[in-house]
Design a protein around this ligand. Structure first.
Ligand SMILES: Nc1ncnc2c1ncn2[C@@H]1O[C@H](COP(=O)(O)OP(=O)(O)OP(=O)(O)O)[C@@H](O)[C@H]1O
Ligand SMILES: [Mg+2]
Length: 294
């Protein structure tokens, strides 16, 4: 079965969950997109995996989604099949060279999902912008000037594993932060830094920002530690913690090497099903259910 046929099948399957229309063109014009930063300064907790697969599941549910790869590692771009040498102008061009968002977007194999890739120069952005004016609001300004902001329902930003200028640009441009938290020892200690940063940015720089939610990732039901961590985090953060938990699943880790979201790589895998549930829960929590914003 071709990738597109599988994508269409995916749209149909997810539509049943959300009752959304897969017809992107016929949808009524919505309000500006919800901009969601996926952030955690800790490395390897599932930010990029969540950004790719949540975006895919939202697009499959009939929403127009832009995924922004704000990480110089470029894993979200690669994971969606955009090889390093095939990306053209991307995030660096927007942040440092004044390119318009519209001139850097690329279609993906998923109907309704486009990507603003990390170009190979992005690693230099932190240094390049150090003495630039408006350096922390470059992404916010570019998104504000982008006509597509009102024809998309979601912008999902994959932040790098640091709290530097790139992540700050992500937080300044967003209303919501979704924090992936790996089910491991010291999980709670790790999360304090990002929640304090969100609070500091909200107080001083971007009053619209809030911690939208925490997603437990790489949950292993054979491991008691996963349960203890989940219990701890839920005890501390209460309803901020998503009910949907992303299991540790080999198909999730295999998918990027095929340049595909896990939803296209193995739709029936527990990982895919979890990300579909995560998208449905996000739509529900944002009050956007049952379908695209009218
Ligand atoms: N639920 C999962 N089950 C199995 N493997 C996973 C799962 N989630 C992520 N991984 C794997 O764990 C690794 C780290 O995941 P990912 O790249 O999404 O984390 P990250 O937070 O974006 O990392 P970085 O901080 O480097 O940007 C990757 O190899 C990914 O394939
Ligand atoms: Mg990443």
């Amino acid at each position: 079965m071709s990738v597109l046929t599988r994508a269409r099948a995916l749209v149909e399957a997810d539509r049943k969950l959300t009752h959304a229309s897969p017809d992107h063109a016929a949808r009524p014009k919505p309000q500006p997109a919800r901009i969601i930063a996926i952030a955690n300064q800790k490395g390897g907790v599932g930010k990029t995996t969540t950004a790719i697969n949540l975006s895919t599941a939202l697009a499959a549910a009939g929403h127009s989604v832009l995924l922004i790869d704000l990480d110089p590692q470029g894993n979200a771009s690669t994971g969606l099949g955009l090889a390093r040498n095939a990306r053209g102008h991307g995030m660096f061009a927007v942040l440092a060279e004044g390119y318009a968002i519209a001139d850097t977007l690329r279609d993906t194999m998923i109907p309704g999902l486009s990507i603003l890739p990390a170009d190979p120069d992005l690693a230099a952005a932190e240094i390049e912008l150090v003495s630039a004016s408006h350096r922390e609001t470059r992404l916010k300004e570019a998104l504000g000037a982008w006509a597509g902001l009102t024809s998309h329902q979601f912008v999902v930003i994959d932040c790098p594993p640091s709290l530097g200028l790139l992540t700050l640009n992500g937080l300044m441009a967003s209303q919501d932060v979704l924090v992936p938290l790996q089910c491991e020892f010291f999980a709670l200690e790790g999360i304090t830094q990002i929640t304090q940063t969100i609070e500091a940015v909200r107080k001083r720089l971007n009053p619209a920002l809030s911690l939208h939610g925490i997603v437990l990732t790489m949950y292993d039901r054979r491991n008691n530690l996963s349960d203890l961590v989940a219990e701890d985090v839920r005890g501390f953060f209460g309803k901020k913690v998503y009910e949907t938990v992303i299991p540790r699943n080999i198909r999730i880790s295999e998918a990027p090497s095929h340049g595909k979201p896990v939803l296209l790589y193995d739709f029936k895998s527990p990982g895919s099903q979890a990300y579909i549930r995560l998208a449905a829960e996000l739509i529900d929590r944002m009050g956007l259910s049952p379908g695209p914003v009218a």
